[in-house]
Design a protein around this ligand. Structure first.
Ligand SMILES: CC(C)(COP(=O)([O-])OP(=O)([O-])OC[C@H]1O[C@@H](n2cnc3c(N)ncnc32)[C@H](O)[C@@H]1OP(=O)([O-])[O-])[C@@H](O)C(=O)NCCC(=O)NCCSC(=O)C[C@@](C)(O)CC(=O)[O-]
Length: 358
């Protein structure tokens, strides 16, 4: 386990459950210079929510989450309490949460869109008090444009923020940590290039309502590294970089570059999805999140160290296996570039071994 000294600020806040006091901010400034990178594994939620066809069995989702935790993932978005009419794949989240074998030091988060979602989670937790670590975090979400928020939440961004404020407050009062998402932080499928001032304002409002971390989503996956850099610099004018996370989809193949750009601009928490699973139901054509395997590979032997519970990190080889396993369950191959290359390398090595024995 990494010492808390090495963990990015927002994750320390989450560990202590405290709010940002001024003395905290000073300690955090030192921590922010750390090169430890946190991964938030969003495969079981963002990765699976958009799957077409039949609903993925609860047992498969549970196995996915348990495998991810075993491979060292310490932050896993396990599902969402949203309307199953809107997102049918997330319908069985309560059963998924109940079925997880919770590991110590792993945070299992659940996405909620409204008070009803939070109430559903709380009633589940109340029924399972013997598993206090079942789920200790909610993610709430809105967007930088009204058009996207309407498609995703059936209201404007201002209305969503108004609805989310009491949800965040109730969650914090209950002892849950609250993470906020700003979707379409760079570009919107309905309106094109986004005014980053708007991204900044929405991120600041989420911070003010009690979110310990705000994830900036390139939902469409069309952000270029220089645009991501500009967006982050704009948001940083109002929100501490220690509280920011990067969430990049890979539609145009820029996701790994965008991750590196985010790190260069001070962000230390990255959302990713095993096997590059995913896509957003309200962003037509958008592909999956940056693959966790690709991020792990890109950061190997660099100045950055990925935090995790498998010998202090996340095991890349195991993640490759999980990416292939879940992709095959979904009837396809993993789209992770590192995953494919590592599988090919393993095949070559196995063939050479056979040849050398002949
Ligand atoms: C917010 C609503 C419900 C509004 O939807 P609405 O239709 O305006 O709400 P409503 O209050 O009229 O409710 C409609 C029905 O849903 C039910 N309902 C209401 N709330 C819930 C709930 N929590 N759980 C279960 N059921 C619920 C409610 O009871 C009712 O049932 P009916 O009376 O018709 O039988 C809807 O818009 C919704 O569920 N949206 C969620 C959309 C979603 O999950 N999108 C994907 C996640 S966001 C994302 O992927 C982006 C992100 C985070 O990854 C970052 C990035 O990449 O940018």
């Amino acid at each position: 386990m990494l010492s808390s000294k090495l963990l990015p600020a927002s994750r320390i806040l989450r560990a202590s459950g405290s709010s940002l006091s001024s003395s905290r901010r000073r300690t955090l400034a030192t921590v922010a210079s750390s090169n430890v990178v946190n991964i938030v594994e969003v495969g079981p939620r963002d990765g699976l929510q958009n799957e077409k066809g039949s609903v993925i069995p609860v047992d498969t989702k549970i196995e996915l989450i348990n495998r991810l935790a075993k491979a060292g993932a310490m932050n896993i978005e396990a599902g969402s309490f949203v309307s199953p009419k809107w997102v049918p794949q997330m319908g069985g989240t309560a059963d998924v949460i109940k079925g997880i074998r919770p590991l110590p030091n792993v945070h299992y988060a659940v996405l909620v869109p409204n008070k009803r979602g939070l109430d559903d989670l709380i009633s589940l937790l109340d029924q399972h008090t013997s598993h206090p670590s079942l789920s200790d975090e909610i993610s709430i979400f809105t967007a930088a444009t009204d058009q996207f928020t309407r498609a995703n939440l059936n209201c404007t961004t201002a209305e969503s923020l108004e609805r989310l404020a009491p949800v965040a407050k109730a969650a914090v009062n209950r002892g849950l940590r609250v993470r906020g998402y700003v979707s379409v932080a760079v570009a919107c499928p309905y309106t094109g290039k986004v005014d980053y001032k708007r991204t900044r304002e929405v991120a600041a409002k989420l911070r003010d309502m009690g979110c310990y971390e705000i994830s900036l989503g390139d939902t469409v996956g069309q952000g270029r590294p220089w645009e991501v850099a500009e967006m982050i610099e704009e948001v940083k004018k109002e929100v501490e970089v220690e509280m920011l996370a990067g969430h990049f989809h890979d539609t145009y193949g820029t996701a790994v570059s965008n991750v590196l750009t985010a790190l260069q601009h001070g962000i230390r928490t990255i959302d990713s999805s095993v096997g590059g699973l995913g896509g957003c139901p309200y962003s037509p054509g958008a592909t999956g999140n940056v693959a966790t395997e690709d991020v792990l590979y890109a950061l190997q032997d660099s100045q950055y160290k990925v935090a995790g519970s498998a010998n202090g990190t996340i095991n890349l080889e195991q993640m490759v296996d999980i990416g292939w396993w879940i992709s095959e369950k979904l009837g396809r191959e993993s789209v992770s570039r590192a995953g494919r290359a590592i599988r090919a390398r393993r095949r070559r090595e196995a063939e050479q071994k056979v040849k050398s024995k002949l």
